[in-house]
Design a protein around this ligand. Structure first.
Ligand SMILES: Cc1cc2nc3c(=O)[nH]c(=O)nc-3n(C[C@H](O)[C@H](O)[C@H](O)COP(=O)(O)O)c2cc1C
Length: 423
């Protein structure tokens, strides 16, 4: 499916073009998704800056498309607080077709005995894309780029299954001076009848056609945002990259039903007594997002390792450690959406410091020093069995623990089980 001989037909931005032509200038990222760790001998202040598809960011933290990128005021705030880049709330040509409901959020908390005051770990939304007029959003993108010419503003876009509509949207948004596009092929709720969002991302034939239209028109880098609501996320990711996209972003929200109110038997979030499945985000989705990103990174490493393709990890990031995990799996950037809704824009300062602490503890001086470093430790279950049998064989000579579970005494099951592994 993947085509390594894909020919770029776009005229990219000059910085990206220069970087592609002059890889030794250091403008381009390393071609590797996974590599060995290099520790420097003298400890310097870790450098969080990244250059992705020719776009330079002071740190890898990107505002994920959603409420934190709704309007000029909040996006300006994100730049002022120090976010590496901002992805605006998804826009389409005709906002009058986008009709939101209230309430549109429901939360999952962990609290003692189901206390409603517990920490939020899961967040469901049935929010659609931006319902603000496109003209207004375009004016705000332009103003932001005029005021912050060196900062990276990415427009998230979504349209119907209509080539002319996609071309018009791309043209109008590009004129504002935004640095890149993220294509929303992944919104899980609303408007599937218009073949929008996940309806495209879940159908590889449709995706290939739409990516073809987009990449023939766009002259700035394009990231395809993937839905996790599909059996094998590497399939649409492969289609997007071989159809001309420069990067993949994953994941959008996971299809969910937050719960049922046991007093009135109605589902949440409840709109006039009814609900509809929504998109799940926040801490609870982080392990699922890591698995999806790992699968995409492995596929990219084996099939798309020859070009400047990028990967953006998204899902449940609230700490520098959460971000380090995505980067260790090969992500170039890390997006945060619900985390900003809960903790505010100042969160970026905390996660930058935490990521630097992690880097110091390993003597990493740049993001590239550890990007993809954990990828090689994923294998199949069959291989785990083979490795363990091999290790057991090698340790046979120094028998310390029990031989098998027939020898368990019942005193300390965990200790006895572990002693079998060291046999
Ligand atoms: C309320 C809400 C609205 C969202 N709206 C959009 C959107 O307009 N476009 C989009 O691509 N993703 C949207 N997302 C998805 C997020 O960008 C992100 O992919 C997802 O929430 C997982 O990341 P998180 O756990 O950091 O929130 C939205 C998420 C939330 C919670």
């Amino acid at each position: 499916m993947a085509s390594l001989s894909f020919t770029q037909i776009k005229t990219k931005n000059p910085v990206a073009e220069f970087a592609k032509a002059h890889p030794k200038t250091g403008l381009l990222r390393s071609r590797r998704v996974g590599f060995r760790v290099l520790a420097s001998e003298t400890q310097k202040e870790p450098d969080l800056s990244v250059t992705v598809n020719g776009l330079h960011m002071p740190n890898p933290f990107v505002i994920g498309s959603g409420p934190p990128g709704t309007n000029y005021t909040v996006m300006k705030r994100a730049f002022d607080e120090g976010w590496g880049a901002v992805i605006a709330k998804t826009v389409s040509l005709d906002a009058s077709k986008v009709i939101n409901v209230t309430p549109r959020y429901a939360r999952l908390r962990v609290g003692v005995n189901g206390s409603p005051k517990g920490q939020i770990i899961g967040w469901e939304n049935i929010e659609l894309i931006s319902d603000r007029p496109l003209e207004t959003m375009l004016k705000e993108f332009k103003q932001l780029k005029e005021e912050y010419p060196d900062r990276i503003l990415i427009a998230s876009i979504m349209e119907e299954y209509n080539k002319a509509a996609w071309e018009e949207l791309i043209d109008r948004v590009e004129q504002t001076g935004v640095d890149a596009f993220e294509i929303n092929f992944s919104c899980p709720h609303g408007m599937p009848e218009r073949k929008m969002g996940a309806a495209v991302g879940q159908d590889c034939a449709l995706l290939e056609e739409v990516c073809g239209w987009i990449n023939a028109k766009a002259t700035i880098p394009v990231w395809a945002k993937m839905t996790p609501n599909i059996t094998d996320i590497t399939q649409p990711a492969r289609v997007a990259l071989s159809s001309g996209c420069e990067g993949v972003a994953a994941i959008n929200t996971i299809m969910s039903v937050m719960g049922i109110n046991l007093n009135n038997l109605r589902p949440e979030p409840c709109v006039e007594g009814y609900s509809t499945p929504g998109g799940y985000s926040s801490k609870a989705v982080h392990p699922i997002a890591l698995a999806k990103v790992m699968n995409i990174a492995k596929m990219m490493k084996s099939e798309f390792n020859d070009k400047d393709y990028s990967l953006s990890g998204i899902g449940g990031v609230e700490t520098g450690s959460d971000a380090a995990e995505f980067i260790l799996l090969g992500a170039n950037t890390v997006q945060v959406c619900t985390g900003v809704m809960m903790h505010g824009y100042g969160l970026v300062k905390k996660i930058c410091e935490e990521l630097k602490d992690f880097m110091r503890s390993h003597n990493f001086s740049s993001i590239e020093d550890f990007r993809g470093a954990s990828l090689e430790y994923f294998t199949t279950h069959t291989d785990l069995v083979r490795r363990q049998q091999e290790a057991v064989k090698q340790r046979k000579a120094v028998r310390k623990g029990l031989q098998s579970d027939k020898d368990w005494t019942g005193d300390g099951f965990v200790k006895e089980t572990e002693s079998m592994v060291s046999n």
